[in-house]
Design a protein around this ligand. Structure first.
Ligand code: RB5
Length: 145
């Protein structure tokens, strides 16, 4: 899978760990930064990752800031992006089964690396259930009137 990954300074350490996991699993990874713990502004990396998905250059995205909140706010403004902010296995799993999430957001100051790795594994392996959930996704972009 082609996966774009990005973080701000609050997510840098966890992003480095998750990038290593993705590569070890055989994924094609594009890391848009940041590349140190020097302070940066999370909308920059969130836009880069989500635009890669919009352009068809990545299948999925992973965004990590201190809490994951800023990244998820920015990502969900981009048409076609369904970003899920998750901090445990259940919501990471359900974000795929019911929401077909194409971006996983996590907080580097919220969860530890082992849990984050397990969440990423599950998130990548879990499929979308479609059916009634597809109908609900279709309603997200439906124009009213
Ligand atoms: C940076 O200090 C912090 O605000 C950022 O990483 C993130 O948590 C924002 O939502």
């Amino acid at each position: 899978m082609k996966i774009a990954i990005g973080s701000d300074h609050g997510g840098f350490v966890l992003k480095t760990r998750i990038r290593g996991l993705l590569i070890s699993l055989g994924h094609e990874v594009t890391d848009v930064g940041c590349f140190s713990e020097e302070a940066v502004d999370y909308p920059v990396q969130a836009k880069e990752v989500t635009q890669m998905i919009s352009r068809g250059e990545a299948d999925r995205g992973i965004l990590i800031c201190g809490t994951g909140i800023g990244m998820s706010i920015v990502a969900n403004r981009v048409p076609g992006i369904r970003a899920a902010l998750c901090h445990e296995i259940f919501t990471a799993t359900m974000s795929r089964k019911h929401n077909d999430a194409n971006v996983l957001c996590m907080g580097g100051r919220v969860i530890g690396p082992s849990l984050a790795e397990e969440m990423v594994r599950v998130w990548l392996e879990t499929g979308f259930e479609g059916g009634r959930h597809q109908r609900r996704l279709d309603l997200i972009d439906k124009k009213e009137g």
